[in-house]
Design a binder for this molecule. Structure first.
Ligand code: CTP
Length: 415
């Protein structure tokens, strides 16, 4: 390889995460003073569409030519790039979003930190490198995601950076973001250490109202204190979202949207939210449509929104209703859906203030009833030659009976 080792630097997230003591995911490099032709001659594979980025022939790590950027139009693609060999490492670092992302490292581990990234790691600050931060609205989402990743370590957004984020919102730049890009950031934030920090940060700069008005409007809406000591529906949504951080991404998304119906409860019936489950379904579908959320996410989210109250009240339900719930969840064909549903309902139930809400015996209760219903022996029905509707009714009856006796058994074992 003819590229001079000294002109290659590790940059971005890898340097940041190494200094934070967090696991390093991707390793991105910047090459200073090289031309695309030299990169190709050295065996690198060109992949960039808008600007020259190359893959290392063996490691497949990304190597980009040092570049500067200039905003030319609204939105994600409205940039002009300069990748001439005169662009310095400092020029390249200056175009980056946050100081903690604008550090570079030489092959022998020396840090290049012209914009005070290390100091900001020490001060636990997410701070923009330059006013050019405001040239890219994706950065509003990125800062919010970094907050979901780092808030537990004590990080906050520098007030001047928050001001720039507000400016982007006020200039209408958030509307220019493509749905797929927004979805990527939402999706990834849901499984970070503090997912709620993503939404709180977007709310603090006014972007939540534009990106997810259905969640933004939950703030200030009261709920019954007996069931929700936190009262505010927005706070409940955040507590529930944090409870779901270790669950599968589709389950965490279902938790995120489970109470959207509470946002449209008529003023005069508050703080009760009777019927919010059915009212929420069209809103959940609209969010899924807007962000082109995968179908299996949507299916689970709609089920959780519509039926979560049945999980909470399962101990009082008739066996017929429980059987119908499992059927509605499509659990006999896709048992995993029942498990995901239970996990989402548990995050909702425990995502409230107060010790009283930390236990959720309904979860194992539901699991036991579902196991009983699923494992009924259908052979005798087939042997008796039952078919069609008659067979369906008989299977349902078997399941109801199995649920009934399992309930009895569970009551006796706990009394
Ligand atoms: N970057 C930027 N503005 C963006 C996107 C990226 O300034 N809108 C810069 C940052 O310096 C960032 C680097 O490009 O560190 C690499 O971006 P990316 O790989 O998307 O993210 P990372 O910061 O590496 O972090 P993560 O992989 O955790 O998203």
């Amino acid at each position: 390889m003819s590229l001079d080792e000294h002109d290659i630097y590790l940059v971005g997230g890898a340097v940041r995460d190494q200094l934070l003591g967090l696991p390093v995911k991707d390793r991105d490099y910047v090459v200073v003073g090289a031309t695309p032709e030299e990169m190709a001659e050295a065996g690198f594979l060109p992949v960039g569409k808008d600007f020259p980025v190359f893959l290392h022939p063996e490691s497949k790590d990304e190597y980009a030519l040092a570049r500067t950027e200039r905003k030319t139009a609204k939105g994600y693609h409205g940039f002009a790039f300069n990748t001439s060999a005169e662009v310095t490492l400092e020029d390249d670092l200056a175009r980056r979003d946050l100081t903690i992302n604008a550090m570079a490292m030489t092959a022998d581990g020396q840090l290049v930190d012209p914009y005070g990234g290390q100091q900001d790691i020490e001060n636990k600050q997410l701070r923009h490198v330059s006013p050019a931060f405001a040239e890219d609205p994706v950065r509003v989402l990125r800062v919010a995601r970094f907050m979901s990743r780092l808030a537990h370590l004590g990080f906050s957004v520098h007030p001047d950076t928050l001001q720039l984020m507000r400016q982007l919102v006020n200039d209408g730049e958030i509307e220019a973001l493509v749905a797929e890009r927004v979805w990527q950031e939402i999706k990834s934030s849901l499984n970070q250490e503090t997912p709620s920090a993503f939404f709180e940060t977007l709310r603090a700069c006014g972007a939540l109202r534009i990106i997810l008005p259905e969640i933004d409007c939950l703030y200030g809406i009261p709920q019954t204190k007996m069931w929700h000591p936190e009262v505010d529906t927005g706070i409940h949504a955040m507590l529930a979202i944090d409870q779901a951080k270790n669950l599968d991404n589709d389950v965490a998304f279902a938790v995120m949207v489970h109470d959207l119906g509470k946002g449209i409860t008529p003023q005069e019936v508050l703080p009760s939210h009777r019927g919010h489950e059915a009212a929420g379904v069209p809103l959940v579908k609209a969010v899924c449509r807007r962000f082109k959320v995968p179908n299996h996410y949507k299916k689970l989210a709609v089920l959780v929104c519509r039926w979560h109250l049945l999980a909470h009240t399962v101990m009082e339900l008739k066996p017929e209703t429980v059987e119908k719930l499992f059927a509605r969840l499509d659990g006999y064909r896709q048992p995993k859906l029942v498990e995901k549903f239970i996990q989402a309902c548990q995050a909702d139930a425990t995502g409230r203030w107060g010790e009283a809400f930390k236990r959720y015996p309904q979860a194992n209760y539901l699991r036991n009833l579902f196991k009983a219903a699923r494992n009924v022996d259908k052979q005798p029905l087939f042997a008796a030659g039952l078919q069609g509707r008659e067979l369906g009714d008989a299977i349902r009856q078997l399941r109801v009976t199995a649920i009934q006796s399992k309930k009895q058994q569970l009551i006796t074992s706990t009394s």
